[in-house]
Structure formats: C-alpha cells, structure tokens
Design a protein around this ligand. Sequence first.
Ligand code: C2E
Ligand code: MG
Ligand code: MG
Ligand code: MG
Length: 276
Amino acid sequence: RAKEQGKNQVQFFNETMKQTVLKKTIIETALHQALENREFALYYQPQFDIQTKEVIGMEALLRWKHPQMGLVSPGVFIPIAEETGQIVAIGEWVIEEACRQIKQWNEQYGRSLPLSINISPKQFLQENLVDYITSVLTKTNVPAEQLDLEITEGVAVFNEQYTIEKLQQLKQIGVHISIDDFGTGYSSLSYLRKFPIDRLKIAKPFIDGITEVEEDAAIVASIIVLAKSLKLRVIAEGVETNEQLNVLHSLRCDEIQGYVLGKPLPKEEFEKMYFV
Ligand code: C2E
Ligand code: MG
Ligand code: MG
Ligand code: MG
C-alpha cells in the first residue's frame, strides 16, 4: 500500500507536468521583458457583412514575437498572463495601441471602422477599467462608439451584479460590448436579458461542425434566432469555407469573421488590403 502510494506520488508529478511548469515559468519570465522590449504587436482581422461582403469592422489580435522563442501563440501566453496578473499591463498596452491605430486610420482615410478588442476576465474586473478606457479615448480622440469590447461568458460567473454595473458604465461612455466564444462558457442564458450587450460572437467549434454535424447546425441556428429576438447582432467566428458561409447566410447570420474572407494581418497589410 505504501509502495502504491509512493508510486502514485511519483506519477503525480510526471514528465509532462514538469514540462508544463517549466514552460510556464519560462513564459512568465519572458513576459516580464516583453512590454519593455516592444515585443508585442497587434494584428487586425476584418469582419464582414454577410449580405454585402463589405468590411464592417475588425478585431485586434495580440501577437508576441520573442527574440529566441519566436512567435508565441496567444492561446499559450494569454492564459499564463491571466494567471499571473500580467494581462492587466498587457491589456492596457492593447487598448492604447488599438486606439492609436484607429486614430491614425480615421485621420488618414476619413473612415471610422469599428474595432473590437479582447478584454480578459481579470482585466474586466480591474477597478479602473472604465476610467482607463475613457482616458485613452480622450487622449487619442477616438469616438467611444468605434470601440467594441469582447468579453467572455466567464466574467459573468464571478459576480453578476458587479458585471452588470461595469457594463452599464461602459455603455454610458458609449463603447459596444460583444460576447466572445458564445456558447462555450457560462451555461445560464439569464444574463442575456440583464447585461447591456450589443452582439453575440458564435464560437468557432460550432461553426466547424455546421455543415456536417446536425447538432452544431441546430445550435448555430438557435443562437441566431435567440440573438434576433433579443435584438442583438450576431457574428460567426472562424468561418473557413464557402459551404459554412452559405449555411450562415441562409440562417440569416448578420456578420462573419474567418479565414474564408480574411485572416488577421499586420497593420500595414491590413491597410493595403482594406483601406487603400
Ligand atoms: P478570440 O478572441 O476568440 O479570437 C479568434 C481567434 O480565432 C484568433 O486566434 C484568430 O486568429 C482565430 N481565427 C479567426 N478566424 C479563423 C479561422 O477561420 N480559422 C481558424 N483556425 N482560426 C481563426 P488568436 O489570434 O490565436 O487568438 C486566440 C485567443 O487569444 C483569442 O480568441 C483571444 O481569446 C485571445 N487574445 C488574442 N488577443 C488578445 C488580447 O489582445 N487580449 C486578450 N485578453 N486576449 C487576446
Ligand atoms: Mg475575440
Ligand atoms: Mg472568439
Ligand atoms: Mg476568446
């Protein structure tokens, strides 16, 4: 029995877990330098009206290029930054950089395309989020209506009342709110009638199955109907094929984002593609 327990303990901290902890420590340490060394950049992915195929907005997506590790995926470093709290400083950089870029495009092209940025749960819970966003909008002279904040269902779990108040404050200054990865998180739908939100973003996994898996198609169809009856806009994310696009079109989805019409691009390329 003792031997078994001993064995279990050894197995408890196995090779994979050691690698995971090591990787986490390395990334955490490297993240400390990343802002200072200007290793971050924003890429921009277009969002389209499904009827007209016009660009109606874009999402800013964070990219991190470490001098030795190369490109590190946000899927890897965002959860670590979220856990360590580093996401707050990184997120502030994202807000500033995004607003600077909007301002430049507004002035240069005289067009005011809405821009979505991702706000992580820890960032959303920061006391000064609303003040911070207000100050950046004022400083950069960007209209609040041009900014869309993507939050996940997860923020609702923490404290519903707090979330409602924060969202109301954000609505008051004029920014838009989207629920990112809709359908994959918080299971209760009751928040939809309490939260002042503007748009649902249907999570990619449902879109992946839309042409082959009946259940996924049914879920997507229901989300679109739900959004319409709540007077919310609805966008499908991660749309990769024309078949998926056609199904979404026939289901009367409002907007789409995905490789089929446009990948995330560095600012210069986005500009050449969609502004010039
Ligand atoms: P997300 O906000 O749901 O962003 C959509 C992700 O799907 C992006 O991955 C985008 O590049 C990818 N994508 C878009 N269309 C397609 C497609 O057709 N096919 C495929 N396979 N992928 C597609 P990315 O850029 O790797 O970002 C992953 C996640 O990291 C984001 O998911 C978001 O949760 C987080 N993230 C990215 N930038 C930021 C940021 O500035 N702040 C915070 N807090 N999180 C961020
Ligand atoms: Mg997003
Ligand atoms: Mg998403
Ligand atoms: Mg997400």
